[in-house]
Design a protein around this ligand. Sequence first.
Ligand SMILES: Nc1ncnc2c1ncn2[C@@H]1O[C@H](COP(=O)(O)OP(=O)(O)OP(=O)(O)O)[C@@H](O)[C@H]1O
Ligand SMILES: [Zn+2]
Length: 682
Amino acid sequence: MSSLLTYASEQPLVPGTLARVPLGRREVTGLVWDADFAALDAAASEPVPEGEERAPLVLRPVIEALDALPPLPADWRALVEFTARYYQRSLGEVALAVLPPELRKLDNTGLAKRIKKKRDHLIPEAAGEPAQRPSLTPEQAAAMDTLAAWAAAPAPPPTLLFGVTGSGKTEVYLRLAEQALAAGKQALVLVPEINLTPQLEQRFAARFPGRRLVSLHSALTPAQRLQHWLSAHLGEADLVLGTRLAVFASLPRLGLIVVDEEHDPSYKQQDGARYSARDLAVYRGHLARVPVLLGSATPSLETWSHAQTGRYKQVTLTERVGRGALPAVRLLDMATVPRPAPRSPPQALAPQLVDAIQKRVARGEQTLLFLNRRGFAPVLHCPACTWKSGCPHCSSFRVFHKGERILRCHHCGTQEPVPRACPDCGNLDIEPMGRGTERLEEQVAELLPGARVLRIDADTTRAKGTLESQLASVHAGDVDVLVGTQMVTKGHDFRRVTLVAAVNPDSALFAADFRAPERLFALLMQAGGRAGRDADIARGSEMWVQTYNPGHALFEALKKHDFAAFATTQLAERESAGLPPYSHLALLRAEAKTEDVAEAFLRAARDLAKSYPESADVMFYAPVPPSVAKVAGFERRQMLIECASRATLQRLLALFTPELPALKNAHRGIVRWAIDVDPLGI
Ligand SMILES: Nc1ncnc2c1ncn2[C@@H]1O[C@H](COP(=O)(O)OP(=O)(O)OP(=O)(O)O)[C@@H](O)[C@H]1O
Ligand SMILES: [Zn+2]
C-alpha cells in the first residue's frame, strides 16, 4: 500500500519538502515524508552471521532538495495520508496526483525562479469600492448568528446550510468568508462544476476588492495551475475557489471551507484515487479545526441523515430572497397528449407547453428546457432492416451528431462519418431514433418561429470561452428559450427565467441504481430552482414535467417542493434495504478481454477477502455487469462489498486489496481492476 522509499541526505530534510531523487535510471520528484529511523534501526539490528562484518546500509542519496518551496504543511500531509488509506491507494500516488503537474518538472533553480517571478509580478489587487453588500434577510441574519457562534468553537462542527433554491446561500458564504478574511485566514470554496466558477469568482471578486482570489480547476493551463497553487501555498491568496481537486490546495492560513451544492456527484473523482471531495472537506475541517459549511437545497441523503442525527449541525433558509415564489409544478401526462399521427412518436413538446413558452416569449421572459442527453439522436436505425448504430467496441449505441455529420460513441469516443446508406441493406433512408438536445433545439426553433433559441451542452461549449459568452447572452436577455443538459440546471442565477420544463425525465425513474431517485429529485428541484428567481416576475413562474408516470411518488414530492418528505421516505427505504447511509459499500471493478476472466478474478478476490476473519460481517454480492458492460473492447464486471460498519469494511479492504496486484498477475487477461470506496454509481 505504502510507496515510501528511503533515501540518504547529507543535511536533515523537513517533512513535506519536495526533492529530486533517483528512481531506477530516472530522476523524479518525490516528497519527503518523514525521517526513516526505523529503517536504519532495522538495518542496524539485523543479525550478522558469525565471522562476517556488518554490511553498510546502502541508500541512494537525494539529488537535490527543492527547498525553494516551503514544505507542505503537516495538515496537508495528514489529509493526503488519510485519502490514501481510506481510498486504498498508495501514498505516493495520491500525494503526487494532487500536486500541480508542473511542479514535478522543475528543479530547485527553476522553482526558485518561478516563485521570484510570481512575487515580482505580484500586483496588489485593485482596492476599489466593494460591491454593494445587501442587508441580510432575517433568515440569513439568523443563520449567520448561529454559524458565527459555531465557527468560533475550538472544534467547529460540520454544518449543513439547507436553503431552498434562490434563498441566498451564496450571500452566507460571502459573509462567512468576510469574517475569515478579517481574522487573517484563507477561505476555500468548492463548487461542483468548472462552469460555475466564473460566476462565483465574479461575485467574490466584486465583494473583496484588494484581496487575492485564485481558482483551481482542470481547465487551467499547467502554468496557470502552478501559479494559482503557489499563490495558495505561499499564503498570498486569500480566497481559493475551485472544483474537487481544490480540496487538496495547500493553505497555510486555512480558516473556512465551503462546499457549494454539496450533493453534486461531480465531487466524486471517478478514476485513480476515487475520493469524494465533499467528504474530504469535512475531514480536512476536522483536522484543521476549521468550520466546514455544506450548502444545498437538495442535500445528499448521507449529509441529510448526519444532520438529522445531530452529527452535523444544520441551519435552514426556507424562503427565497424577496419572498419570490418557487415555481408551481405541473405534471403533463404524455399519455393524454395527442400525437401527430397514430402510432407516431410524440412531439418533443406538448402543445400546451408550446403555448406556455409562446406566452413567455411575448412577455420577454425566458424558458429553460432541460433534456439530459446530448447529440441529435441516441441511435440511428434502418427501418428496412434491423440495423442500428451500435458501437463495435462497446455495448452501447453511437450517438448521431447531425451538425458534425458523425456517429460518436460517448463511452469510447470512436467516431465515423454518418453512412449514406444502411451498412447492412443499402437502404438510403436511415432515420434517427429518440431525441437529444441538438434535435430538441431544432424542433423548438420550428415550433416557435422567431424565438431566439440557444443550446448549451458539452458539445456547444467545447471551445474555450464559449460557455461564458453563451451564459452572458442568457443573462443579457438575448435568448428566449435555452435548451440544455444538466449543465444549465444548477447554480446559475438566471433572473428572467419563469418557465422550466423537464422534457423527458422518465428513464431515471426506473434506473437500477439505488441512488437514481435521489439524483433525479435533486436534478429536477435544482432545474425548477432556476425559475422565478426575480421576485418581481416570479408570480407566474412554473415548472413543467413531461411524463408517462404522473402518479409517481417522486413527482408528488416535487410538486410540494418538499425535500424533507422525499428524504424521509428514501431514507426509510434505504434503511430497510440495508443501503447507505445505513451500510457502507465498496465496489471492486475488473476489466478483461472476456467476461469469464473478469468474473473469475472478482470471485477469487472474494475468496481471498473471505480468508480473513474480518470478513465475518461483510457481505459480498455476486459479480454483475455495470449498465454499460463492454467499453472499448473490454468486458467490465463489478462486485459490491457491503458492511454495516465502516471501520470493519476499512480493515478488511486494507488487508486484502494489497494482494490484488498479485491476484491480477495470476489471472491472465485482466486488463485493470479498481476499488471504489463509497461508490456513487452502481
Ligand atoms: N440579503 C439579500 N438581499 C438582496 N438580495 C439578495 C440577498 N441575498 C441574496 N440575494 C440575491 O438573491 C439571489 C439568489 O441568491 P443565491 O444565488 O445566493 O441563491 P442560492 O441559495 O445560492 O440559490 P441556488 O441554490 O439556486 O444556487 C442572488 O441574485 C443574490 O444576489
Ligand atoms: Zn464505443
